[in-house]
Every structure is written in structure tokens, then in C-alpha cells.
Design a protein around this ligand. Structure first.
Ligand SMILES: [Zn+2]
Length: 214
């Protein structure tokens, strides 16, 4: 499925922009650090920090584009943005790419852009809440999401493509248990994707009860 024109043009801009010094300067779209010469900022992000910025920018645009177009392919879009969509082991189409999109639990489609709290203020939600929690398994349950979050949203933690919860450490017994069960059942074991508790929360993950309670 080819990307539509709007998606191609967003991707082209995101790919063309040099994100490696983005926090340290205000410059136009399509900024290229190579052109700055002696005016280049002394500070520069590392390669992985730069990749994170680009990936986050890609996700923000993809949330809107995916909501607009039911045929939107986030992997194709990410690749056009210059985002590496492989797993850490080099396999194609890593599950963490679609995990960056907020999905509507009722319809399975890319969810409406913006703050859901704001939608609550708007009229005419027509869908009755489901009696059972039918949200996909990469999303925390209401109880998991209601747990006490660290005060600092930049607290480091990890998720996986299919995990409901953010964990603090790979030593976590609950995480180890799910890995063991997945292996026993011959399921894919998704590798940890390090993130922050704030980002995990924004992606509707819950809190691991083992990792974060003393
Ligand atoms: Zn845990």
C-alpha cells in the first residue's frame, strides 16, 4: 500500500531534517548541521538520542496520518522518515513501531489525535463502554494504569511490543515469568524497548506492580 501524498511529504520533511542538535537551536525546517560551519552548536545529541527524537516525531505525525487514513502503513511511513524499523536482532517490522501509536480499543483503529481528557468535554460519544475489558494486550488494564506513577515522567523503564506494563528492570520476576511462558508456548519473545514511565503512560501502558512498589 503506497503512502498518500500527505504522508509522503511529512516523511520527506522528517527524513530531511537534521535532528542531532534539535534542542539547542531554533532553525528552519530542513536544517542541516553540516551547513552551520563555525556557527554549529557545541552540543549535539548522540546517535541514539537523535534516533529517538526522529522516532518520536515520526509517531506524532503517524498518529494524525493513521487516524486520517485507514490504509496508513506505519512501517512504510517510518522507513520513509529514516527510522530503523528492524528489531535489535535485525529482523524486519519490529513490534515497537506500531506500539508508538495509540489505538482505539473499541475499533482497533488509530485513535483520535489529542488528549482523551479533552474529548470527554465534547458531545456525542456514541459507543457504550464494553462490559469486559477488550483492550489489546499491549495496553494496560484500567487497574494497571491507575497505579501510582513515579513523580518524574523521565524515570527510565522498559516495555515490550506486547506488554501491558512498564517495568523498571529486566530482573523483574513478573517480566521473567512472561518471557518463560512465551518461550514454553513457542510464542515470540519481544525484546525490551527502553523508554520513560511518562512515554509508557502516554502509550496506555500500566505499571508493573512488582517493579514499582517498594
Ligand atoms: Zn516488573
Amino acid at each position: 500500500m503506497a503512502l498518500n501524498r500527505l504522508a509522503r511529504e511529512f516523511a520527506a520533511e522528517i527524513n530531511y531534517h537534521d535532528w542531532s542538535d534539535a534542542p539547542f537551536r531554533l532553525d528552519r525546517a530542513g536544517h542541516q548541521r553540516d551547513h552551520d560551519g563555525h556557527r554549529a552548536t557545541p552540543q549535539q545529541l548522540t546517535g541514539s538520542e537523535t534516533d529517538n527524537v526522529r522516532t518520536n516525531v515520526m509517531w506524532v505525525a503517524a498518529q494524525v496520518l493513521g487516524h486520517l487514513d485507514p490504509n496508513f502503513d506505519v512501517f512504510e511511513f517510518a522507513e520513509w522518515c529514516g527510522v530503523d524499523t528492524r528489531t535489535s536482532a535485525g529482523r524486519p517490522r519490529s513490534g515497537h513501531i506500531p506500539t508508538g501509536l495509540r489505538m482505539n480499543p473499541e475499533t482497533g483503529a488509530v485513535d483520535r489525535p489529542g488528549d482523551p481528557q479533552v474529548w470527554d468535554e465534547e458531545p456525542a460519544p456514541t459507543v457504550e463502554p464494553a462490559a469486559a475489558d477488550r483492550r489489546p494486550d499491549q495496553v494496560g488494564t484500567p487497574e494497571q494504569r491507575a497505579r501510582q506513577w513515579p513523580a518524574d515522567p523521565n524515570t527510565r523503564g522498559f516495555v515490550t511490543a506486547r506488554s501491558r506494563n512498564v517495568h523498571r528492570t529486566t530482573e523483574c520476576v513478573k517480566y521473567a515469568h512472561t518471557v518463560n511462558v512465551a518461550r514454553q508456548r513457542g510464542r515470540t519473545v519481544h525484546s525490551p524497548v527502553w523508554t520513560t514511565t511518562g512515554a509508557a503512560r502516554a502509550n496506555d501502558k500500566g505499571m508493573c506492580s512488582h517493579c514499582w512498589t517498594s
